[in-house]
Design a binder for this molecule. Structure first.
Ligand code: ZN
Length: 254
């Protein structure tokens, strides 16, 4: 199908959907300079296995190793700005055409773009928790020491701090996942953006929407399993297409 035909089909489906949701992954934030640390072969990340080093076990046993590895990621997130794909999703929510963003990202860029209903399946880095006394600290308590290559510690008990992102080896936040599932059960359309759908349980969400009779639109550089049943797939940069879709739906609503 040509890009135009694909775009027309996607806009028809999205602009008349009653409960559209988006599922976003690392690919939506790479244009904002946030590295996709799960993708193998990406510069310094190819030297270590993320599942090992970015795990709760490594943080507990060798916090210096953990923080040396996550330092560039956290630093990139701290200075990142949302791009036009984040903006398009915020615009769609503002006109009532998107009910929620379910994200695998921890960078907070959806909220920064203006999205209000964001379900962060893998947590976030806005706050951190002391592994010893469980006090919560703002991001700056982590950022300041890692700029000096130090391990972030609790100002009260000196315990090691853990960013409130879900590390490998930890459970997903059950309350957030429950809210995401409520949207998935109601969804008549899901936009999959920048996720290769390899990480469970987020990976199964498009299949659930499809099984309920909903439509699936995929925006990702690599093929995904959901392409097989998607109403339209877009391989290139998602930002332009999403902006066009948001404009099309805004025009319909006017
Ligand atoms: Zn503490």
């Amino acid at each position: 199908m040509s890009r135009e035909a694909n775009l027309e089909r996607a806009s028809e489906l999205l602009c008349r959907a009653e409960h559209a949701v988006a599922l976003t992954g690392a690919g939506i934030s790479t244009a904002s300079g946030v590295p996709d640390f799960r993708t193998p072969g990406e510069g310094l990340w190819e030297k270590a296995d993320p599942m090992e080093v970015a795990s709760i076990h490594t943080l507990r046993r060798t916090p210096d190793v953990f923080y040396r590895w996550v330092r560039p990621i956290i630093a990139a997130m701290a200075s990142a700005q949302p791009n036009s794909a984040h903006q398009a999703l915020a615009d769609l929510e503002a006109i009532g055409q998107l009910k929620a963003v379910i994200t695998q990202n921890i960078d907070g860029l959806h909220q920064m773009a203006g999205s209000r209903r964001v379900l962060e399946l893998h947590g976030h880095v806005r706050t951190a928790t002391c592994l010893q006394c469980f006090r919560k600290w703002p991001a700056e308590q982590v950022l300041e020491p890692i700029r000096r290559n130090d391990v972030p510690r609790c100002a009260v008990c000196a315990g090691v701090l853990k960013p409130d992102a879900i590390l490998f080896g930890e459970q997903l936040p059950a309350d957030v996942f429950g809210m995401a599932m409520e949207h998935i059960h109601q969804a008549d359309l899901i936009l999959v953006i920048g996720s290769s759908l390899m990480v469970m349980p987020a990976a199964k969400l498009p299949a659930l929407v499809h099984a309920n009779g909903g439509q699936v639109l995929v925006f990702n550089r690599q093929p995904t399993y959901a392409d097989a049943f998607a109403a339209a797939t877009f391989r290139g940069d998602a930002a332009d297409i999403l902006a066009e879709l948001a404009q099309a739906c805004a025009a319909v609503r006017r």
